[in-house]
Design a binder for this molecule. Structure first.
Ligand code: PAF
Length: 296
């Protein structure tokens, strides 16, 4: 099905209102493009919650640090359109920077607390950029169900918080991480990996699976489990940015001396070569990323 393509913010806002006035409900999937099967799962999830799916594609400059990959972030608008249409999206919004950040732009949305740990200290300003652009997209879309992947677990929690705090007429739905058959979480940034770096990156799902198994077997010592995961990354020559066990809602980390509870999140960020990869697993709830006996 051919999707309606809109690049003007005003037209997008008016069209979303028009659709609702005609009785449609909207499922919004905000993305930065370079779409992969993980995004398509979000589109399909959106279709479960609404009569029409709207995908936004915008590489948001304010969420990239000065030394990050804004310029070289993969872009493939033609491919993205094909994939969105094949997955059943009805509207695709592709604003330009000037439309999202108007002349004289002076407003940032800042969510405190949740952004203090994990990626926060390593990517100063990142979550302000995410919170700001997501608020703008939700303001333009209006009443909707918005779908976000759980791979960016901290981002999901930040967005849930801002929607609540700003009384936005939006229901946020988190979608489980989509993985390759060998366990690597799908990410647009996987495109940066050489084949050798990709092989090394498989230490991520392996280490997370090890943590799930040990936690299930009763290992509750935060420091011991953390050391096991760090050792697995070091052995695979992945540079560790952080390996943290955090509370699933507050994202406050458990100290190395702490006893881990029945349910907590193990979140990691590592570099394979120059590529920064994040991943996570909810210990006590999620299946291991690598299912024993699966092909990989
Ligand atoms: O997860 C992403 O792709 C981006 O951070 C988002 C939510 C689309 C905001 O730019």
């Amino acid at each position: 099905m051919k999707a309606r393509s809109i690049s003007s913010a005003a037209e997008f806002q008016a069209y979303c209102e028009e659709l609702r006035a005609k009785g449609q409900t909207l499922g919004l999937v905000p993305t930065m493009g370079a779409l992969h099967e993980g995004h398509m799962a979000l589109v399909r999830e959106a279709a479960q919650h609404a009569t029409l799916v709207v995908v936004t594609i915008f590489v948001n400059p304010t969420q990239f640090g000065p030394n990050e990959d804004f310029q070289r972030y993969p872009r493939d608008l033609a491919g993205d359109f094909r994939k969105c249409e094949a997955a059943g999206a009805s509207v695709i919004f592709t604003p330009n920077v000037e439309d999202m950040y108007l002349p004289g732009d002076a407003t940032r949305v800042q969510v405190s607390g949740l952004t203090e740990h994990l990626c926060g200290p390593f990517r100063p300003g990142h979550f302000d950029g995410v919170a700001t652009v997501v608020t703008k997209l939700l303001a333009l879309a209006g009443r909707c169900v918005a779908i976000f992947g759980r791979k960016d677990y901290q981002q999901l929690k930040v967005i849930e918080r801002l929607v609540l705090d700003l009384h936005l007429p939006v229901r946020v739905v988190g979608h489980p991480i989509v993985r390759e058959v060998d366990g690597l979480a799908l990410s647009s940034r996987n495109a940066y990996l050489s084949s050798e770096e990709r092989v090394r990156a498989l230490a991520i799902p392996k280490a997370l699976s090890l943590a799930v198994a040990e936690h299930r077997a009763g290992q509750r010592h935060s420091g011991v489990l953390r050391e096991r995961v760090v050792a697995a990354f070091t052995e695979a020559e992945l540079r560790v940015e952080y390996v943290s066990f955090v509370h699933p809602e507050t994202l406050v980390p458990y100290a190395d001396e702490a006893e881990l509870p029945q349910v907590c999140v193990l979140a990691i960020a590592v570099f394979s070569g120059k590529t920064r990869l994040i991943d996570n697993v909810v210990l006590g709830l999620d299946a291991p990323p690598i299912v024993p006996g699966a092909r990989g």
